[in-house]
Design a protein around this ligand. Structure first.
Ligand code: AMP
Ligand code: MN
Ligand code: MN
Ligand code: MN
Length: 271
């Protein structure tokens, strides 16, 4: 098992655990190295870093940035960032505005689908954290509209999510990460539902924008997934990352501390 996990979420975005509790859980699960990668925010990093000092865990400040590329959604993880870097802070502030506007659109569409009070409900579940679709999904489950988070995505959120999302461009996201001294990782390459041709195109665009690494081992990876992602890392000469995408909710994302090791010939990111 890998003792590093470079992709996790806390209540600063759509995770179930507060940053300090996440760090405690990671230490308890036997991890030595942890990155907190909340969606479009660095708000949980200070609390997590302080907890990591207590638990003797190596902590990597990080963020997961939503990107619109060719009318599609990509996620870029920025590892080892300076959360106070002005370029990054300005970029994340713009993303947070997109989140709020999008949440209003989603709520309006859910209203038309017969779901009332979704904005207030999702905001309540998000608390001080960045609002996201997981909060809507949890609200839909709470209110009995869906039996599970994945069912809520399937039945409601797929249709309610606007198609013309205005997240950061790939170039902007990578510039923010690099301006903050970080390393840019293409997150969960097999989770976008792309065909092989589209995935190659996305990775080429990522590489052209000076992307550094790709997640090869994810929480949900099968051995075949790891082998396939590893081929992309080799073909495009990218460093390799490992990250569970732990949220603490969804069935599939509960692999904190139980990640497979990277294939031995790959170059691990940040080593
Ligand atoms: P957002 O950043 O608001 O677009 O929400 C994206 C997040 O929603 C992902 O990081 C996951 O946590 C969650 N998510 C997306 N699709 C699904 C799904 N099919 N089932 C469960 N969770 C999902
Ligand atoms: Mn998430
Ligand atoms: Mn993601
Ligand atoms: Mn994630």
């Amino acid at each position: 098992m890998s003792t590093r996990d470079l992709h996790t979420h806390s209540t600063a975005s759509d995770g179930a655990l507060a940053p300090a509790s996440l760090v405690a859980a990671a230490a308890g699960a036997g991890l030595r190295e942890l990155a907190l990668t909340d969606h479009d925010t660095a708000a949980g990093l200070e609390e997590a870093a302080a907890a990591a000092r207590v638990h003797g865990l190596q902590f990597i400040p990080a963020v997961e940035i939503s990107v619109t590329w060719s009318s599609r959604l990509l996620h870029v993880v920025g590892l080892n960032i300076d959360p106070h870097a002005p370029v990054l802070c300005r970029g994340l502030a713009a993303q947070q505005q997109v989140r709020l506007t999008r949440a209003e659109t989603i709520a309006a569409r859910l209203m038309r689908a017969g779901v009332h009070g979704a904005l207030e409900g999702a905001q309540r579940l998000a608390g001080q954290g960045q609002i996201g679709r997981t909060h809507f999904a949890r609200f839909l489950v709470e209110e009995g509209h869906a039996a599970s988070i994945s069912a809520a995505f399937r039945r409601y959120l797929k249709a309610a999510t606007p198609r013309d999302e205005k997240w950061a461009t790939l170039e902007d996201a990578l510039d923010w990460v690099h301006a903050a001294g970080g390393v840019a990782v293409l997150a969960h390459p097999l989770a976008y539902g792309f065909t092989g041709a589209w995935l190659s195109r996305a990775i080429e665009a990522f590489k052209a924008a000076r992307g550094d690494a790709i997640e090869v081992v994810c929480g949900t990876s099968t051995p075949e997934d790891i082998a396939r992602s590893a081929r992309y890392a080799r073909r495009y000469d990218l460093f390799a990352s490992v990250g569970s995408d732990f949220h603490g909710y969804h069935e599939a994302f509960l692999r904190l501390g139980r990640l497979q090791p990277l294939p031995g010939d790959l170059r691990p990111v940040l080593c």
